[in-house]
Design a protein around this ligand. Structure first.
Ligand code: MN
Ligand code: MN
Length: 297
């Protein structure tokens, strides 16, 4: 089962201006074939379906624990998409066509299907698919797939970084480049314990260091690239049997941190009366919520 903490894994900067086409590009990192929905659901289903996990506990602990971190990654990318769209339209009566600007933007679904918020889909608007989940039941093949998935995700993160200079998008991408590096290394180490093959020699794919990106370098200076967070009050402790020893970056030892990162607040999205979200007259529904809170206290 799962517990939930009402924080993002990092603090995102406040957006300076609306950037809905950057949001459309960032959708690839959420609901694309190599996006966070895919890493989340691949590792989640592999952990659900794992055989003999009583005898192979470190490997199942690793996959299950990284899956939980990925749940926070879809949350972080969704928050980024939401912040990037914020401010795209202004409140006005329907007859004034307050959503008119959206008909010329890349993703009209952001304005019609949701109230200017994240979709479970890619940068071209196609829905995420369960067909992206690989769960063969063969441990070495599944770990090899996960290593490939993290490398594919890294390539696409870098390409989206190259598409937008938006500071909100780049903060999120910088952090997730570092976390993806941790996951690729973790799966490489797991494969090495099973096969003897030093997979970390293949990294990084593509061959450009995370430290090359200022937003990633900041997190590496904090040791985030050597850290595997244990996302559970008491469980998944055997990740430390795989995540240990000197870091491939040569700047210290790999460490398991018990508990999540301190993170940052979940941004408050302002009401959008022109989208009827949360209502055409937000004051009315907010007054009802205040009555509810007053009655409870
Ligand atoms: Mn991720
Ligand atoms: Mn990952």
């Amino acid at each position: 089962m799962f517990l939930r903490i009402d924080r993002l894994q990092i603090e995102l900067p406040a957006p300076k201006e609306s950037d809905p086409n950057a949001a459309a590009a960032v959708q690839e990192l959420l609901g694309g074939r190599f996006g966070e929905m895919s890493t989340l659901m691949n590792y989640t289903y592999q952990s659900f379906n794992f055989r003999a996990h009583d005898k192979l506990k470190p490997y199942r602990d690793l996959i299950a624990n990284i899956a939980t971190e990925e749940l926070g990654h879809i949350e972080l990318v969704a928050a980024t998409v939401n912040l990037l769209i914020t401010g795209a339209t202004r409140p006005a009566p329907p007859e004034a066509a307050p959503l008119g600007v959206a008909k010329d933007l890349r993703n009209t679904h952001h304005f019609i299907a949701t109230a200017q918020t994240a979709l479970v889909g890619n940068s071209m608007g196609a829905a995420w698919s369960g067909d992206y989940v690989f769960c063969s039941g063969n441990l070495i093949l599944d770990l090899l797939h996960n290593f490939f998935l993290e490398c594919g995700a890294r390539l696409q993160k870098i390409r989206v970084y190259e598409m937008t200079t938006n500071p909100v998008a780049r903060e999120m991408i910088g952090y997730l480049l570092v976390r993806g590096g941790v996951h690729a290394t973790a799966y490489a180490r797991a494969l090495e314990t099973l096969t003897g093959v030093n997979m970390t020699k293949l990294l990084p794919i593509p061959r450009i260091e995370n430290a090359r990106f200022p937003e990633a370098r900041k997190y590496e200076a904090m040791g985030v690239h050597r850290t595997l967070y244990r996302f559970s009050p008491n469980d998944y402790r055997d990740i430390a049997q795989i995540w240990r020893g000197p870091a491939p970056t040569g700047d210290g030892d790999l460490q398991v941190v018990d508990g999540p990162p301190a993170g940052g607040p979940v941004p408050v999205l302002p009401p959008l009366p022109e989208e009827m979200a949360p209502e055409y007259d937000p004051a009315e529904i907010i007054a009802l919520a205040q009555k509810l809170q007053a009655a409870a206290s």
